[in-house]
Design a binder for this molecule. Sequence first.
Ligand SMILES: Nc1ncnc2c1ncn2[C@@H]1O[C@H](COP(=O)(O)OP(=O)(O)OP(=O)(O)O)[C@@H](O)[C@H]1O
Ligand SMILES: [Mg+2]
Length: 255
Amino acid sequence: MRTICVINHKGGVGKTTTAVNLAAGLSRRDKNVLLIDLDPQNNVGVSLKVQAEYSAYDALIGKVPLDKCIVNLAKNLDIVTSRENLTKAEFYLSTQPNARMLLKTLLQGIKGYDYLIIDCPPSLGVLNQNVMAFCQEAIIPVSTDYLGMDALHKMKRVVEEINRTFSHNLKISKVVPTLYDKRSKIAQESLQEMHKFFPGIVSAPIRSNSKLKEAPKYGKSIFSFARSSPGAEDYQKLVLEVAEMGQKIVEEAVC
Ligand SMILES: Nc1ncnc2c1ncn2[C@@H]1O[C@H](COP(=O)(O)OP(=O)(O)OP(=O)(O)O)[C@@H](O)[C@H]1O
Ligand SMILES: [Mg+2]
């Protein structure tokens, strides 16, 4: 199972949009996907109109096992939603001497999926630190502007620090340029800078596209909402890139 956190401490850069559409796209390619929302804003649940009796917080504090929180949304696609009370998780985890083990034990119990994708909140708090200390891969959506680049450089340092602190090997597997407008000079410059500093791992850019904004209103991924939109085209490319990397990982393991 590939464990992927979709993460950036900067807000509004397309984390949830990426997590939702990546999960939906991979599930349409016959991969079994569990998408977990760890953001108290519950944007995954809202975007996909998922109602659940229990949320990630209930599992985190040990109220119910994680499988009680899992809701099946579509063929090959399961969801764990979040709730505002997840803000308390930061405090709860910070009071636990074994916070890392707590999250690890919880997530390690997940079986039977090809992909575990976690939508993270815009923070560098204890919850996100522990998510990073668990996952194998980080996918970082980055807005194609000056502040977006600044956040990306910071995220790289944070990942290095997490790996040092926890003797872990979290890899930035994809940098995803978002909200891209090719007519904008700063967007073009940002894209060039991403390729310069992160060679080989920058995905094709996700263009600014109003259909991506509208899809959550209808509780749909971009693939079922507007199949032939630029947003669907761009996310389909990302899905293929991520799936191909998975193939390489499998081949390397076999060789
Ligand atoms: N490529 C895009 N084109 C147009 N709108 C987009 C695009 N990507 C995301 N959006 C919109 O931008 C807003 C923020 O996106 P999203 O919620 O995915 O960001 P986020 O990083 O998850 O935010 P937060 O940090 O609050 O969790 C949403 O309204 C979303 O619909
Ligand atoms: Mg979000």
